[in-house]
Every structure is written in structure tokens, then in C-alpha cells.
Design a protein around this ligand. Structure first.
Ligand code: SF4
Length: 436
């Protein structure tokens, strides 16, 4: 079989998988392989799969079969959480020449070099990180892997078990490269950011890292992809409040607004601790965007628990609430728990929660009408030139009249009108964040 010359990388799932896909992409390029056009023919297809829900596997299978129908002579490598959870199933998929678990991702590119390209002797230097984030305005930077918590609904700790924090100097150098490449915003991501530094016994690691990154020349925006409320303290909030590079948007997964459900979920905080963290953020920052994840219909969630959950979410007044109907995940503690709800009831609760999300999100948008806000212009709002769209520092989607020359620039807009789940704005001027 002829040596591979072109490849495609397909990432499913979380921001960590997106970062790893880019890292693998750059590794294959270092071997001299060329990335094929999206959806174009390729000799090698590398899938970084997801398995957070039962449907994660079917999406990965679908992408492999779809690719192989169009490229019957190609070879496929599957890695990621589905390869970790269902290795034999993966190995049986058409075209799959190798499955690599999450801990084996560093072996993929050398294996391609030896086994598929016939390279022997010393391999070219392979990247330890990424130098660009292809096709994205904001760049994700993976800083850690693994989680030691065991939330009852979550399979991740058994698929990404080892806590691994990247060296701080490597992360800082990567962010510098991404900024030099034109990325204005960096989102630090991981499986559980709160464990950054845990494997080096450095409890302050995340604060030290944020402090170092805050002063980086040219970096306009920095944020964490998510943070658990029990990991928020005054010092961390002061850090966020102390430098304009930190955008006032915090993703705080709540999962349930009832202490009874939180206990059964084995989450590490209660409603009082959540309320406290939110109060601290709101006391130190000007109306920050607080977004969250909520599971509805968790086993044993009574009608009263659900009502309490809705009341708590309304009290927290989230800017955005991602609502997930509970679905059984094989291998989690919740799978064996009593009190699984009928699908119709879970769907009913999802509808109610989604309506609450719409009301809260609209209230948050409305509260910002008339304000002048910084927006990172991402792309055209539609196909017609003349209108761009972007996200404000408080995660508000804004469309505004402007030419393409302002793409990937941070501009100040006056928010003039609501427009469905977006806002419409008008250009005031272009800004550069102080000290950046
Ligand atoms: S904190 Fe809980 S939900 Fe998050 S990855 Fe760990 S076990 Fe999963």
C-alpha cells in the first residue's frame, strides 16, 4: 500500500479534544504530510473521538464510516475517549489500522512515521503543543488532563484518569506563539482545571499561571473554559478583577439546583457554596456573565427537587444555561442508581428549564442595552458582506455593520437593540486592551 501523503483530523467533543486535534495535526505536518481540504479525499483519517454520552460513540462511528465510503483505500486511526472506552469496537470499524487510548496520544505521530511512512532512524522534532488554532478566532490552550472527582453521572475519570499538568513555561511560550499568530483571545482548558498543578503538588499553580499570562504583550483576552465553585476564592477573584485581560465571563457548572440531587450526584459543593462564589464574583466584577450546565431528570430527582432547582437557577440569573436531559452512561455510578425517570418526564423538565434559560438570557442581554462594550469581531454575520458578528467580553453575541477589515479585531460597540438571541450594535471605535 502506497505511503500516505495527505491526512484529515476530525475532532469530536470538548475543547481539550479540539486542542489535541490541532496538536496531532501539527505533528503529522512535521512528518511532511499535507492536510487535505475539509471533506476532501485523504490517505489518512485521524479521529479524536468522544464518549461523554452513549451517543458519543455513534457519532465517532458515523464519521469513520462516512469517510471510508468516500476513501475506500485510506487508513483510519481512532483515538480519544471512545477508543479508550470501546477499543475492540473501534478496531472493528472499516479502515481502522490502529486505536490509541487517551494516554497513548503521544505515540500516534511516531507510529504513523514508522508504520505508515516507513521512516526509520531519527524522526523530525515533533511539537509538544500548538502554534495556531486553525479556523478559530479564539485559541484553546490545554493546560491539564485528568480528573479525580467521581461525579455519579460522569464517565470521564475512568477515561482520562491520570492528572497531568503541562509545564508552565511551555504553556506561556505557546500562548506567546498564538498571540504572535494573531489570536486575540486565549481560553485555557482542561478536563478539570482545578487540578492544574495537583500532580506537582502546587496548589497555587493556576493562580501563578494566570498571573504570568496576564502581562503577556499582545494578549487581549484570557479566560478559563470552566471552573468549579469550590475552587473559587477571594485571591482568584481579585486576580480576575485586577487586570483588564481577564474577560468577565465564568462558566460555573451547577448541574442541579437542589442539595439533595447534588449529594446523589456526588458533587463537591452545595447550594450555599455556589451562592457564595456567585456573590463574590458579582461583588468584585461589574455584572459578569455567569453561565452554567444543568442536568434535568437525574435519577431520584423528585418534582419538588426539580422545582427547587428551577427556583435556584432563576435566583442565580445566569446569562446562559446549557440544559442537558439526563441520559444513562454505561459505567457510571448513576447507571445503577434507583429512581430513573421516564423519558417523557425528562423531556418535560428539559422544556421548562430551556424556557427559563431563554428568559434569563434575554434579561441579561436587555440589561446591557445602551452600553458600549468590547467585541472580538469573528466573521460575517451572514453571507452578505457589510455585517460582522462577534462575542462581547460578557459572552454576548452581537451583529454590527462593518467591513471585513475589522475581522479578528476588538472593537467597541454601542448595543442598540435586541435581535432574537443576539444583539445589534453600532461601531464606536477600535480598541487595544491596556498593557496588551
Ligand atoms: S468534575 Fe465531575 S463532571 Fe467534571 S470531569 Fe470530573 S467527574 Fe466529570
Amino acid at each position: 500500500m502506497a505511503a500516505a501523503r495527505t491526512f484529515r483530523v476530525h475532532e469530536l467533543g470538548c475543547k481539550v479534544n479540539q486542542w489535541e486535534g490541532q496538536w496531532l495535526r501539527e505533528g503529522l505536518e512535521a512528518l511532511g504530510l499535507e492536510e487535505a481540504a475539509a471533506d476532501g479525499p485523504a490517505d489518512l483519517f485521524l479521529v479524536n473521538s468522544c464518549s461523554v454520552t452513549e451517543s458519543g460513540g455513534s457519532k465517532s462511528r458515523h464519521s469513520v464510516r462516512h469517510f471510508m465510503r468516500r476513501n475506500p483505500a485510506a487508513r483510519v486511526i481512532v483515538t480519544g475517549c471512545y477508543a479508550e472506552s470501546d477499543r475492540d469496537e473501534v478496531a472493528a470499524l472499516p479502515g481502522v489500522v490502529r486505536a490509541f487510548g487517551n494516554q497513548e496520544k503521544g505515540e500516534i505521530v511516531p507510529w504513523v512515521a514508522r508504520a505508515l511512512l516507513g521512516m526509520d532512524g531519527e524522526l523530525p522534532e515533533l511539537p509538544r503543543g500548538i502554534s495556531r488554532f486553525a479556523g478559530h478566532t479564539r485559541a484553546f490552550v490545554k493546560i491539564q488532563d485528568g480528573c479525580r472527582d467521581h461525579c455519579a453521572f460522569c464517565i470521564i475519570p475512568s477515561l482520562r484518569s491520570r492528572i497531568e499538568s503541562r509545564p508552565v513555561d511551555e504553556i506561556v511560550a505557546e500562548v506567546e506563539t498564538l498571540v504572535a499568530r494573531g489570536h486575540k483571545e486565549v481560553v485555557l482548558t482542561g478536563v478539570h482545571l482545578g487540578y492544574f498543578g495537583w500532580d506537582r503538588d502546587e496548589p497555587r499553580a493556576i493562580k501563578d499561571l494566570l498571573g504570568r499570562l496576564a502581562g503577556l504583550p499582545g494578549l487581549q483576552r484570557l479566560k478559563l473554559s470552566s471552573i468549579e465553585v469550590h475552587e473559587i476564592d477571594e485571591e482568584l477573584v481579585d486576580l480576575f478583577a485586577g487586570h483588564p485581560v481577564f474577560v468577565p465571563h465564568f462558566h460555573l457548572p451547577l448541574q442541579a439546583g437542589s442539595d439533595a440531587t447534588l449529594r446523589r450526584m456526588r458533587r463537591r459543593y452545595n447550594l450555599a457554596r455556589f451562592r457564595e462564589a456567585v456573590a463574590l464574583l458579582r461583588a468584585r466584577l461589574d455584572d459578569p456573565a455567569l453561565t452554567t450546565d444543568l442536568i434535568v431528570g437525574f435519577p431520584g430527582e423528585t418534582a419538588a427537587d426539580f422545582d427547587e432547582s428551577m427556583a435556584f437557577c432563576a435566583e442565580m440569573a445566569f446569562a446562559k444555561m446549557h440544559v442537558f436531559p439526563y441520559s444513562v452512561r454505561r459505567g457510571t455510578a448513576a447507571e445503577a442508581m434507583p429512581g430513573h425517570l421516564p423519558a417523557a418526564e425528562i423531556a418535560r423538565r428539559k422544556k421548562i428549564a430551556a424556557e427559563l434559560d431563554d428568559r434569563m438570557a434575554e434579561a441579561y442581554r436587555r440589561r446591557h442595552l445602551g452600553r458600549i462594550v468590547p467585541v472580538l469581531a469573528e466573521e460575517r454575520a451572514g453571507l452578505v458582506p457589510g455585517t460582522l458578528t462577534g462575542l462581547s467580553d460578557r459572552f454576548l453575541r452581537v451583529d454590527f455593520p462593518a467591513g471585513d477589515e475589522l475581522m479578528n479585531r476588538i472593537v467597541r460597540l454601542r448595543l442598540e437593540a435586541l435581535d432574537g438571541d443576539r444583539l445589534r450594535g453600532r461601531l464606536v471605535d477600535e480598541v487595544e486592551v491596556a498593557g496588551a
